[in-house]
Design a protein around this ligand. Structure first.
Ligand code: E4P
Length: 218
């Protein structure tokens, strides 16, 4: 299971890389706007830190401009995954960039039928947004279950399921149980996976008991 950081925060990306918990990075226009930084230099900087796929999203919605933007983004570094929306034009861009040997992440997926189209367009990754489905009262993880079941039926589909719009560690746990290839999560959600009150309690007891022995390992 691969962990992608859903952020453009360089410190958070470096932190996860140092922990050995970083397999890739995803960004979107909202994440870039929040950073307040210049898009292209920022993406290049992220690609310098992260060896795995770094998703950079096109900004236009028409085929011709998305193709130009996608080619420009892909030229920034070898590990760029061009992110395109799940629209007819977006899937056409996906097919063309995939045929040209580029990685493509098809984003804004909210239905299993959309995921079938993305796989047929040769997407490297499909990004189903579980949190946004939860937000409108649906069960977001049901979508992952359905896509995984469908993709399993067709060994010629090579698209990886990249669970996106993750809100909390339970989404990561459920993704792992369903065998999702990748999760992309805010770094805080990944860091929360370390936490367990019994770990804290047990460690505090071991530290106290060790003091009682009066010994030192070093
Ligand atoms: C990542 O690829 C997605 O753009 C991101 O996970 C969306 O998350 P959000 O629904 O919290 O904005």
């Amino acid at each position: 299971m691969k962990f992608f950081a859903d952020t453009s925060d360089l410190d958070a990306i470096k932190d996860l890389a140092d922990l050995g918990m970083l397999d890739g990075v995803t960004t979107n226009p909202s994440i870039i706007a929040k950073s307040g930084k210049e898009f292209l230099p920022l993406i290049k900087e992220i690609c310098g830190i992260c060896e795995g796929p770094v998703s950079a999203e096109v900004a236009s919605t028409d085929f011709d401009t998305m193709m130009k933007e996608g080619k420009k983004l892909a030229s920034l570094a070898d590990n760029i995954a061009v992110k395109v929306p799940l629209t007819e034009a977006g899937l056409k861009v996906c097919k063309n960039l995939t045929d040209a040997g580029k990685m493509v992440n098809v984003t804004l997926c909210f239905s299993p039928l959309q995921a079938v189209l993305a796989a047929k367009a040769g997407a490297t990754f499909i990004s189903p947004f579980v949190g946004r489905l939860d937000d409108i009262g649906n069960e977001g993880m049901d979508l992952i279950h359905e896509i995984a079941a469908i993709y399993d039926n067709y060994p010629d589909f090579h698209t990886e399921i990249l669970v996106a719009s993750i809100r909390h560690p339970q989404h990561i746990l459920q993704s792992a149980k369903l065998g999702a290839d990748v999760i992309t999560a805010p770094p805080e959600a990944i860091k929360k996976m370390y936490n367990h009150p019994l770990t804290d309690k047990g460690l505090a007891a071991f530290v106290e008991d060790w003091k009682k022995t009066g010994q030192s390992i070093l």
